[in-house]
Design a protein around this ligand. Structure first.
Ligand code: COA
Length: 179
């Protein structure tokens, strides 16, 4: 059985475990960044749990940005402070990260996490008009998940992702409008 709940700061070790197994060196977010996200916008930070595991198997985190203005690149960089960009009345839900433990992938859990977050946020923050995110050109499972949920590619950011051991990767900006 699957269940969703908001993250708390006590979940930080489980979140870091998922992060470690989901992203390459140079792309992982720091512990402090996740702690700030949980403190500033707990409603936008969900965990996925299953009876098969003692600890959460997936996470998704987000922030609300004011207005419908275009994405500001410096708002998006790895390690950016949610405190500086998040606004509870924001109309744009930015998905800052998502990951599922490798042994639980291939079951559609990423799709469930994203759907759940969008459902909860659009219910509780009805002013939200769109959901945006940035995905690497190389993250094919993630791109497929977003496409299946109706996200469209609206822009490219050259060399946005800069892993330590491999060449930089283009970032694809994706958006889903909320009707
Ligand atoms: C993105 C992620 C959360 C999705 O988790 P998931 O629900 O288990 O998704 P899957 O890995 O099963 O893949 C989702 C879809 O992509 C497809 N897929 C998986 N690997 C693929 C590949 N290498 N090439 C093309 N499609 C692929 C799957 O077949 C599935 O499509 P389907 O349902 O039509 O069969 C998970 O893959 C993950 O944690 N990845 C690492 C971190 C990451 O990339 N996060 C996204 C940040 S923007």
């Amino acid at each position: 059985m699957l269940s969703f709940r908001q993250a708390t700061i006590n979940d930080i070790d489980s979140i870091i475990t998922i992060e470690e197994q989901s992203f390459a060196a140079g792309i992982k977010e720091a512990r402090e960044v996740f702690l700030e996200r949980i403190r500033v916008f707990p409603a936008g930070f969900l965990l996925l749990e299953t009876k098969e595991s003692d600890s959460p198997i997936g996470y998704i985190c987000s922030e609300l940005w004011p207005g419908e203005h275009e994405l500001q690149l410096n708002n998006l960089t790895l390690g950016h402070s949610i405190q500086k960009v998040h606004h509870p009345q924001g109309q744009k839900l930015y998905i800052s990260s998502m990951g599922v433990l490798p042994e639980f992938r291939g079951r559609g859990y990423g799709e469930l996490l994203l759907n759940q977050l969008i459902a909860v946020i659009t219910r509780d923050y009805p002013q939200v008009k769109s959901v945006v995110l940035i995905v690497s050109e190389n993250w094919l499972a993630a791109r497929k998940t977003y496409q299946k949920l109706g996200f469209q590619e609206i822009g490219l950011i050259p060399a946005f992702f800069q892993p330590v051991d491999t060449p930089s990767e283009q970032g694809i900006i994706m958006r889903k409008k909320i009707s």
